[in-house]
Each structure stands twice: as structure tokens, then as C-alpha cells.
Write a protein that binds this ligand. Structure first.
Ligand SMILES: [Zn+2]
Length: 314
């Protein structure tokens, strides 16, 4: 899974986005971003920024030879999973030194865990550190814009996000010295909480873990399910219902369908509300899991062209 994790081996945040120093100009203006400063655990110049997801590409390098703080723009090459969204992310890093920037070029790609750049003190930095801002989506325009306080902030297609909404802390990668009271979550909390799965393509429900078992229903894309057990590539979703796990994802889609269970001994499925009775994957047995896509009068739509009488669902 393409989780976005905190990019330093040691987290020692010296200024959060809410601390009342230079960053207050970022988060009180309009628009805002939410930078953190991290010195990597020591005042020495020794910490690297590591690629925090499956792959990132350098979109822009700014400031070499200028008085302004050197700035690097990184963009993920695919959607990443964060504690609050699944999307592309863009990260800007300020203060690397000219001597380290010389090794980088726009278009260069890095795989998860690879070293990208060393911390620095270019610009008006008080010591060696990374100034890091995250935006959801791809790099937009020139990658930054001036806010109402006259401060340059990150510009992405979906806007700046708070660091705790963007990065998980992977305790096997990052040692935490100080979070500066920012409520980061650990990656294992997320994995244990992966409670719901979502159907990625209309899929058959069978009475056992394999295509030889009888098909008793179908569930539409975006149905929310819980998995009770996994056998080979099959997921058990109730006492006797199994679906192919290849068509389930942990990534929550924008639209989701909750499920209900049938209560009738045998429940007819119709092509439309009170319409033609179907015989394929129908009638439904009691306790069959159905998606609730829509309702119309006394009828519930459970998949494309499949409707049942709502009173027999609970
Ligand atoms: Zn800063």
C-alpha cells in the first residue's frame, strides 16, 4: 500500500505550524499552508529527507545562488494513502544548501526510502533544518503563491494540508524525539483500523471461496464491506458469503453504498420498482448482503437493474 510516511529518520520538530513564530504568517494568512521545521534530532547538518512514498519526482528547484531560501518541490507520481485522504501529494522543502542542490535536477525520480536531500541553512535559517509544507494534489502553477501576509506558501491542485493529515509515522522508520504537540498518527494504528473495504467493480457473491461455488447475488462498485476472513484471494463477508478480494480496496471512494440484509425466506429481485421478476442470481436467500444504492417508494435498488421490496431488508 502506498502510504505516505514521515520522511525523516528522526522527528524533532522545532517549530510547528501553530507556534507563534515565523510560521504564524503562513497559517493566519489567506490562503494558508502548514509548515513544520524539523532539525532531524541534532543541531548538526546530518539528516536526510527520504522519499516518503512509492515514488516522487522533482518538479522544481528554486533559489540556487539567490538570497532567498533554496526550495525544492517534490510530487508523488501516483496517489498516496494518508490518514485523511488518498490522492497525489506535493511537498516543498526549504533551506537545503547550494552544495547539495547541485546533485539534483528537475524530473529526477526517487523510490521509497531513497535519500533525496540533506538538511541545510540556506536563506534566513537559524540552524540546519528542513522547512516542510505539504499540499494535496499535484503542483499547481509555479508551485507557490503569496498569501495575504506576503508569505510564499505552497500551491497545489487541492490545497495545503496539515502535516498530521498527510504523514503517518512509521515507527519502524522514524524515531520520534518531538512532535511539538502535533497529533500525528502511527501507521500501525491505521492498519489495525482498516475496518472497511470497498468494491471496485460490480462483483459476484458466492457460497464459498471459489468460482465453483454457487453465485447468489452481486454487489455494485463502492459497496462498503467488512472482511471476516481471507482464504487465498477470497474474502468472507458473512457466515456464508464470499467475494473475490481482487475487487476490494481499502481506499475509501467518494461515494459509498452501505449494506443491509434480506429478511424474507425468498426475496424476488426485479428489473425496476415493481417490475419484471429476474431469475439470474435471484431470488435472494434470507440473510443475503445487499447494497443500498437508492430507494424509490417502497423499493430499494441493490445493483444496476436490480430492485427489491424495502420491507424485507434490515
Ligand atoms: Zn520554517
Amino acid at each position: 500500500m502506498n502510504y505516505l510516511i514521515y520522511p525523516l529518520k528522526k522527528m524533532n520538530i522545532t517549530q510547528g505550524y501553530n507556534d507563534n513564530y515565523s510560521h504564524s504568517l503562513h497559517n493566519t494568512g489567506n490562503p494558508k499552508d502548514y509548515p513544520i521545521d524539523d532539525n532531524g534530532g541534532t543541531s548538526k547538518k546530518e539528516s536526510y529527507f527520504y522519499c516518503p512514498c512509492d515514488e516522487m519526482v522533482i518538479k522544481k528547484i528554486y533559489g540556487v545562488g539567490l538570497n532567498a531560501g533554496n526550495t525544492l518541490w517534490l510530487e508523488s507520481t501516483s496517489k498516496v494513502i494518508t490518514p485523511t485522504f488518498t490522492d497525489y501529494v506535493t511537498i516543498i522543502i526549504v533551506h537545503p544548501n547550494d552544495s547539495d542542490f547541485k546533485n539534483l535536477k528537475v524530473g529526477q525520480k526517487f523510490l521509497r526510502g531513497e535519500k533525496i536531500i540533506m538538511e541545510g541553512n540556506d536563506g534566513k535559517a537559524t540552524g540546519y533544518h528542513f522547512h516542510i509544507s505539504v499540499g494535496r494534489g499535484k503542483c499547481s502553477g509555479t508551485g507557490w503563491e503569496k498569501n495575504s501576509n506576503g508569505i510564499w506558501i505552497i500551491k497545489t491542485t487541492a490545497g495545503a494540508v496539515k502535516p498530521e493529515d498527510a504523514f503517518f509515522i512509521d515507527p519502524e522508520f522514524t524515531q520520534v524525539i518531538s512532535m511539538k504537540n502535533i497529533p500525528f498518527v502511527y501507521l500501525y494504528e491505521e492498519e489495525n483500523n482498516l475496518k472497511y473495504w470497498y468494491v471496485t467493480k460490480s462483483l459476484n457473491v458466492r457460497l464459498g471461496p471459489g468460482t465453483s461455488y454457487k453465485c447468489i447475488n452481486s454487489l455494485p462498485e463502492n459497496t462498503e464491506l467488512t472482511i471476516l476472513e481471507v482464504k487465498d484471494s477470497w474474502a468472507k463477508i458473512s457466515d456464508r458469503e464470499w467475494v473475490s478480494k481482487n475487487f476490494l480496496t481499502g481506499d475509501k471512494p467518494r461515494k459509498i453504498y452501505k449494506t443491509k440484509k434480506t429478511t424474507a425466506a425468498s426475496l424476488n429481485v426485479r428489473k425496476s420498482p415493481n417490475g419484471q421478476i429476474l431469475t439470474i442470481k435471484a431470488p435472494l436467500m434470507p440473510n443475503t448482503t445487499v447494497a443500498v444504492m437508492a430507494t424509490k417508494g417502497n423499493w430499494t435498488k441493490i445493483n444496476t437493474d436490480r430492485w427489491v421490496y424495502s420491507s424485507y431488508l434490515a
